[in-house]
Design a protein around this ligand. Structure first.
Ligand code: S3P
Length: 451
């Protein structure tokens, strides 16, 4: 959605996808009435809403303008699956978080998804849940993937060391502990996004955090202390920084262009892309809103401890960057976009330590390399990343998005640059996270006078 603002074109990007999934699930598990504003209405979040409805929760239709929805929670142990098959579509967050919740619930249900989701590894949540006592059946018991059949079970406590920094793994296990009423701690090699922890605290749960072993190698941990009931949510979902990143990237790559991104989530586990864009030569500033409270504007984070604010980006000539592997979890979904910017930046752009990208909605390393090469860029592929040698002055051609929304949007930025001539084979896949993406892109370009 484009709004008029003095001096710069302003864009209000859709609600945060990660926070929207969690808000719907946790409102369903709360005791009492939750009020949620700004929930993302996209294919992924609609899959979560539909799954919760099939589990007996009255979730209203998600509105495209983010209008308030009211959810009557069924309580921590109130979900009723009755053997239903829940279609998670393309959404890994729906599948993995619901696996944790259902494994601990006194009900039976199955989870399935589209061809991409059926290829993605579920062992990272299934193995630790089975170790807690979960009853989860998959066609391949050793390398489980969807569909999964989940039966009722009594789970024991867990202290899990995840091999990957994954908010989906962390959240699935913390939610399983909460529903089962047992303490759970999850440690990971680097801190992944912490929306679940923040939201649970807002609902009255103690979520202690700390290092696995004081004085040992870095391994941030989060734990849940069991409660009888969750307090309902009153939440304004901020704009998704991962969606804002595309508009920021476009402005950043056009010298003289400026964009103001309204009400974007500024949780530090999500904002590393903006640092990278600044390091590449764009001017990036954030005007943080105060946390919500009486009399605060509705944009001002609205509970669940999530900071938000406006992000203003001014374009400049871009130079290549070496992305610090330590930052990877805080910009994991933006890496194809950084690679795309690398193709128009002066010098080389290096991404390493990002093997997880091969396990996303598509193999995002292979697909990014193939797409950029199809446009004429020089790219080297590695097991855990890639190196782009920029700049390529005239990027032109047709790219395959492999049905992956983040690839379609990243290549879309290259197509929206002045003189860009990029055709994306499957533009509709943006519906997964940012349904109005192409319209917003067209209007931003028009506001800057790009023909
Ligand atoms: C998400 C976590 C990340 C991210 C995904 C959404 C979440 O995945 O890539 O788009 O909402 O928890 P991992 O947790 O698997 O890294």
């Amino acid at each position: 959605m484009i709004e008029a603002a003095a001096g710069a074109v302003a864009v209000r990007v859709p609600g945060d996808k990660s926070i929207s999934h969690r808000a719907l699930m946790l409102a369903a598990l709360a005791s009492g009435t939750s009020r949620l504003r700004g929930v993302l209405s996209s294919a992924d979040t609609r899959a979560t809403a539909a799954a919760l409805r099939a589990l007996g929760v009255a979730i209203p239709a998600l509105s495209e303008d983010g209008a308030e929805i009211v959810v009557e929670g069924v309580g921590l142990r109130g979900l009723r699956g009755d053997g239903a098959v829940l279609d998670c579509g393309n959404s890994g967050t729906t599948a993995r978080l619901l696996t944790g919740i259902l494994a601990a619930s006194a009900t039976r249900a199955a989870l399935d998804g589209d061809a991409s989701l059926r290829r993605r590894p579920m062992d990272r949540v299934v193995a630790p849940l089975r170790a807690m006592g979960a009853d989860i059946q998959a066609a391949d018991p050793v390398r489980p993937t969807l569909p999964l059949r989940i039966g009722p079970a009594r789970l024991g406590p867990a202290d899990h060391r995840s091999a990957v920094a994954s908010a989906q793994v962390k959240s699935a296990l913390l939610l399983a502990g909460l529903v089962a009423g047992v303490p759970v701690r999850v440690c990971e090699p680097r801190l992944s996004r912490d929306h679940t922890e923040r939201m649970l605290r807002a609902m009255g749960v103690a979520v202690p955090t700390g290092e696995a072993e004081p004085g040992g190698p870095a391994a941030p941990c989060a734990a849940v202390v069991p409660v009888d009931a969750l307090r309902p949510l009153d939440l304004q979902v901020p704009g998704d920084p991962s969606s804002a990143a595309y508009m920021a990237a476009l402005a950043g790559a056009v010298p003289g262009a400026e964009v103001r991104l309204l009400g974007v989530g500024l949780n530090p586990t999500r904002t590393a892309f903006f640092e990278v864009l600044r390091a590449m030569g764009a001017e990036v500033s954030a005007e943080r809103h105060a946390f919500a409270g009486a009399g605060q504007p509705s944009d001002a984070a609205g509970g669940a401890g999530e900071p938000s604010g406006d992000v203003v980006v001014r374009g400049g000539p871009l130079r290549g960057v070496a992305v610090d592997p330590e930052l990877v979890p805080a910009l994991i979904d933006e890496l194809p976009l950084i690679a795309a910017l690398g193709a128009v930046a002066e010098g080389s752009t290096r991404i390493r330590g990002a093997a997880e990208l091969r396990l996303k909605e598509s193999d995002r390393i292979a697909a990014t390399v193939a797409g950029l090469r199809a446009l004429g860029a020089t790219v080297e592929e590695m097991d855990d990343g890639l190196v782009v040698a920029g700049p390529t002055r005239r990027l032109r051609g047709r790219v395959e998005a492999h049905g992956d929304h983040r690839l379609a949007m990243a290549f879309g930025v290259l197509g929206a640059l002045p003189a860009g001539a990029v055709e994306v084979d499957d533009p509709h896949c943006v519906a997964v996270s940012y349904p109005g993406y192409w319209q917003d892109l067209i209007r931003v370009r028009a506001a800057w006078g790009i023909a």
